[in-house]
Design a protein around this ligand. Structure first.
Ligand code: PMP
Length: 343
């Protein structure tokens, strides 16, 4: 007698390497967060189901496999990259799989769980002071170049400027969304850090259907919003949402594929991150709350009649931020008012 199960066997895959399990992340319809908009269908791409817990596994796999196949990386070599932590986790996975070393420039204020996880997978961390201006040789943006002067042999994927970052999403994230949405999409809304995820996926989606609109979300303090709106660069300032925004323009933010940009404050991003956990059981990072804020802000501006189909991207898990965004003492220390969420 055979045993009955409800497993769909075609979805169960077996992999030679952990990195090959990247991608094919679920798309989940949001429910209670959208109560105010019964005509909207919003689907979130849950990227924390990637092997190292974030959307950035996709680019780590693509960039490193490409470098290996082109002969620019071989066992024993060292990778160096600046990362808010997630690309670093993906690179650490690729380093282990391919017998490489991995050095990561990371801001000292990065959530402790991310730093602990990076150390656990053998990444060598170079902590930088986030208050240094971007032009300082020891700043987050310049430290890698300073190190490369002494170590030109290191391999620098350069996720902020390397068009292969966008290409990884053009080849995976975009086609997955297109297939999962059966080609019916009105808007895609997402945060931009390097810009690879949103603008890489957007390029693919707009090629399939040029009427799809792409809305980027940028934290107050980052330079992208003002640049998009005015063409000018304004003075950056510090913000709390890890992984989003930048202090200077970078090549991978491909403004050609962005139709509009929404600004988000620390308070708004954190409030919607905490609401996501409470209303949807989606324990995600701050950039996911920022993306949800972007979706709700967009819906506020649209006539509430049409059946909008919106896709958003939730890049990483809240497990990395239990000591920050989900910690009430930290919230208070940062002067953030979440009364209505915490009640
Ligand atoms: N959210 C988080 C938590 C991230 O780590 C990143 C990567 N910087 C992003 C969003 C943005 O992704 P991308 O770099 O592809 O724009």
């Amino acid at each position: 007698m055979t045993t009955q199960t409800n497993i769909e066997y075609q979805n169960l895959r077996v992999f030679e390497r952990l990195s090959d399990a990247s991608g094919w992340t679920p798309l989940v319809k949001l429910r209670k967060s959208l109560n105010a908009y019964p005509n909207a269908e919003v689907f979130a791409k849950i990227e924390f189901t990637n092997p190292m817990g974030s959307v950035k596994d996709r680019i780590a796999r693509y960039l490193i496999n490409k470098a290996i196949s082109e002969g620019s990386l071989k066992p024993g070599d060292t990778i160096i990259e600046n990362s808010s932590g997630n690309t670093a986790m993906g690179l650490a996975m690729m380093a282990i799989e391919n017998d490489l070393k991995c050095k990561i420039v990371v801001r000292s204020t990065t959530a402790k769980a991310k730093l602990d996880a990076l150390r656990a997978v053998g990444a060598d961390l170079i902590l930088v002071d986030p208050s240094l201006p971007p032009e300082h040789p020891d700043s987050y943006n310049k430290k890698v170049y300073t190190i490369l002067k002494d170590h030109p042999e290191y391999f620098f994927p350069d996720q902020h400027n390397n068009p292969d970052n966008n290409e990884a999403h053009y080849l995976t994230t975009g086609p997955e969304i297109w297939q999962q949405m059966e080609g019916k999409i009105d808007y895609i809304v997402g945060g931009i850090g390097t810009g690879g995820t949103l603008t890489g996926a957007a390029k693919f989606l707009k090629e399939q259907d040029p009427s799809i609109k792409v809305i980027a979300v940028d934290p107050v303090g980052s330079v992208f919003y003002d640049y998009f709106k005015t063409g000018k660069l304004t003075e950056p300032s510090r913000y709390l949402i890890e992984g989003l925004g930048d202090e200077e323009l970078i090549n991978c933010v491909d403004f050609e594929y962005i139709d509009d940009i929404i600004q988000v404050t620390n308070e708004q991003a954190i409030k919607y991150t905490r609401l996501l956990a409470k209303q949807e059981a989606i324990l995600a990072g701050g950039s996911s709350g920022a993306a949800l804020f972007g979706v709700l802000h967009l819906l506020k501006t649209l006539p509430n009649k049409q059946n909008y189909r919106i896709v958003t991207i939730f890049p990483d898990s809240g497990n990395r931020y239990l000591s920050t965004i989900y910690n009430d003492d930290w919230i208070q220390e940062m002067g953030i008012d979440l009364k209505e969420v915490l009640e």
